[in-house]
Design a protein around this ligand. Structure first.
Ligand code: ADP
Ligand code: MG
Length: 238
């Protein structure tokens, strides 16, 4: 399960109030995109959900359990980092196995999950290579594989495609959407790219200076933007 509820969640860094108290519910299995201009608090909000930052106030629930002060490794969520976070000296198999090794998963179960991840990501023929011998897209898939084997309640992506070239970005966008169709696991995806938001999301959360301007499906935001900011942002892809 992967239902995530934020109740008056707030964050300040010292004097700087980055996220005033906000409420948000993410339903199990939803593909939710946080979109907004650079510096609006997208990464901060994702890191609060992941537990990589402590909230300044409010409550985070994951599947109706209070997770506000649960350490990141115990939240059952998996953050997908950009592909350059792979270990260059390890094979693809070892890179994917790494989080399971840390968690003490037994070898047979590790192999089962690696086979599964490699199959859904089309990496079966590349398990013995090193990241340096792969294309950018393949490396990004390995980074996703490392999240899949943790069997998380939700995947958290922070601009995972921003260091890929334009053509590859389009490809990976489709692959991640397809992965969501296959796994049906909750995904929260942060981007400043309106096209990614409009094409990938079940539900878009538009952020502006830490405030949620609107939550809705791509069609709802396109047809009935609540204010000029949403209209301008959704209406003018870069
Ligand atoms: P986004 O991901 O939307 O570009 P961020 O969440 O990274 O935005 O940042 C939101 C705001 O919070 C920015 O003004 C940023 O400078 C500030 N911020 C983020 N992390 C920290 C931190 N660790 N200490 C102080 N300020 C921070
Ligand atoms: Mg960011």
């Amino acid at each position: 399960m992967g239902r995530i509820t934020l109740d008056k969640v707030a964050k300040s860094f010292g004097e700087v109030n980055v996220i005033p108290p906000l409420d948000l519910t993410i339903e199990d299995g939803e593909f939710v995109v946080f979109v907004g201009p650079s510096g609006c608090g997208k990464s901060t909000l994702l890191r609060l959900i992941a537990g990589l930052e402590d909230v300044s106030g409010g409550q985070i629930r994951i599947d109706s359990k209070d997770a506000t002060h649960t350490p990141p490794a115990k939240r059952g969520l998996a953050m997908v980092f950009q592909s350059y976070a792979l270990y260059p000296h390890m094979s693809v198999r070892k890179n994917i196995a790494f989080p399971m090794k840390m968690a003490g998963v037994d070898q047979a179960e590790q192999d089962r999950r690696i086979d599964y991840a490699a199959k859904v990501l089309n990496l079966s023929d590349y398990l013995d290579r090193r990241p340096g011998q792969l294309s950018g897209g393949q490396r990004q898939r390995v980074a996703i594989g490392r999240a899949i084997v943790r069997e998380p309640a939700a995947f958290l992506f922070d601009e995972p495609l921003s260091n890929l070239d334009a053509a590859l970005r389009v490809n990976m966008r489709l692959e991640i959407s397809e992965l969501h169709n296959n796994l049906k696991t909750t995904m929260i995806y942060v981007t400043h790219d309106q096209v990614e938001a409009m094409t990938m999301a079940d539900k878009i959360v538009v952020l502006h200076a830490g405030v949620i301007e609107q939550v809705g499906s791509p069609l709802e935001l396109y047809q009935s933007p609540r204010n000029l900011f949403v209209a301008g942002f959704i209406g003018s892809p870069k």
